[in-house]
Design a protein around this ligand. Structure first.
Ligand code: SUG
Length: 417
């Protein structure tokens, strides 16, 4: 079978909570201390997957990680019963749901050895995310264990922050053809950290055996980071020939656009001007944190958060864009409000892998029947709510562990528990 784009969504874990852990992520800060709804959150995520399957897209999933992360606490010479409040909150985060940060993926047509290369992101800038990669790596090794088709690398070493596919884009005439790989790094973010380091991006490009003539490194604008775009995928998204971005996404947009057009003349740039949608409004509504997908019947759709539909400035601009009959033909709002309240939109929740589905461990591929089964497990075992104080309650840890085991059993992935 030909290579197809597969979206691997993170199933939202039973410990989903609002601990305000991500400096520079305005939603996370704003909702710190709010009562979360892990069950509703996970079901929202499943419905997004279901809707994408119904569009004819191929869907995969990664599983939530074990929380609290006792392995990490042990490395810090403590345990859940003794860790201080902040450390425990870091060990309880369900942040692996945002699989756009799981890894950077270079598909087979772009690499020197013709395999699909994956490097798990080290996520070192944020403590709660820095301990995700070992379990991510374990899942990747099972899902993409076929070494004839996939190569999995060690993460980039600290201190060079790597945030994975959230700071990576790919353009290509068509999915299965060689393309341009675009790495977006940050130098400065004013009051907020620039999480993706250029050294890390360059290392990933070398590990993956990319053609330097088709690899672009672009600096994310400090203004975007300072306004709350802690990842590039909050202000830009690409699919096949189309780059959809905000006017202030990059430090030097003219040079970036010229480079892309020189490598691939078919490049189409759909840019939203700042005088129509400000950076602040773009970040509040997450219109760029959309899944830009090619529909099986042709044309592209933007699967974007319902928050974008509720903004007059955003929705008016998008309607006008659709009316121009450009490459993006359809707008599909989805409700992922529980994830959005922690700064994770539809695009954060998925990792794109271009591959032949037959080469992937089928336990990670989803169909509607499997989603029904997973929904049943979630309905029966995920906590309905978590408030901040409960993070230190041993009864919650037990409940989360039981929910975790039930899901791994349901997907026959017990070996990863
Ligand atoms: O890393 N939020 C995540 C959101 C990640 C979004 N991903 C992409 N843009 N691809 C983050 O900032 C908040 C957790 C908390 O505060 O409890 C959090 O980690």
């Amino acid at each position: 079978m030909a290579l197809v784009e597969i979206n691997f969504d993170g199933i939202i874990g039973p410990s989903h909570n609002y601990a305000g852990l991500s400096l520079g992520n305005l939603a996370s800060a704003k909702n710190a201390g709010r009562i979360s709804q892990p069950r509703a959150a996970a079901l929202q995520g499943l419905e997004k997957m279901r809707a994408n399957i119904r569009l004819g897209l191929v869907q995969g999933a990664f599983l939530p990680q074990r929380r609290p992360n006792t392995v990490w606490l042990e490395q810090l010479a403590t345990d859940p019963a003794h860790a201080d409040t902040v450390l425990l909150a870091n060990a309880m985060s369900a942040s692996s749901m945002w699989t756009a940060n799981a890894a950077t993926v270079s598909p087979a047509p772009d690499t020197a050895d013709g395999r699909c290369h994956l490097t798990p992101a080290n996520l070192v800038t944020m403590p709660h995310r820095s301990h995700e990669w070992p379990e991510t790596m374990a899942q990747l090794k099972v899902a993409f264990g076929n070494t004839e088709h996939f190569a999995i690398h060690e993460p980039v070493p600290a201190p060079f922050g790597d945030e994975g596919a959230a700071n990576f884009m790919r353009l290509a005439p068509r999915h299965g053809e060689p393309g341009i790989e675009i790495f977006v790094y940050g130098e400065s973010g004013g009051p907020f950290p620039a999480r993706q380091h250029l050294v890390a991006s360059q290392a990933v490009a070398r590990k993956h055996g990319l053609d330097p003539a088709k690899t672009v490194f672009a600096e994310q604008s400090p203004a975007a980071i300072a306004a709350g775009a802690f990842h590039n995928d909050v202000v830009a998204v690409a699919n096949e020939t189309v780059l959809f971005c905000h006017e202030q996404a990059f430090t030097d947009r003219d040079t970036v656009f010229a480079e892309l057009r020189a490598i691939m003349p078919e490049t189409v740039i759909v840019e939203v001007p700042a005088d129509r949608v400000s950076l602040e409004e773009a970040i509040r509504t997450y219109l760029f944190n959309a899944q830009l997908v090619t529909l099986p019947e042709g044309g592209m759709a933007l699967i974007l958060p319902t928050e974008s539909q509720e903004s007059e400035a955003v929705w008016t601009w998008l309607q006008e864009m659709i009316a121009t009959n450009g490459p993006i033909r359809k707008l599909i709002p989805v409700d992922v409000r529980q994830s959005m309240a922690n700064g994770g939109g539809p695009a954060c929740l998925r990792l794109r892998v271009l591959a032949d589905p037959a080469t992937i461990d089928p336990r990670f591929l989803m169909d509607e029947a499997k989603l029904d089964h997973v929904a049943q497990v979630i309905g029966a075992t995920w906590p309905e709510t978590i408030d901040g104080d409960a993070l230190a309650d041993p009864a919650l840890w037990d409940r989360i562990a039981a929910a975790h085991t039930a899901l791994y059993n349901a997907l026959s992935l017990n070996e990863l528990i």
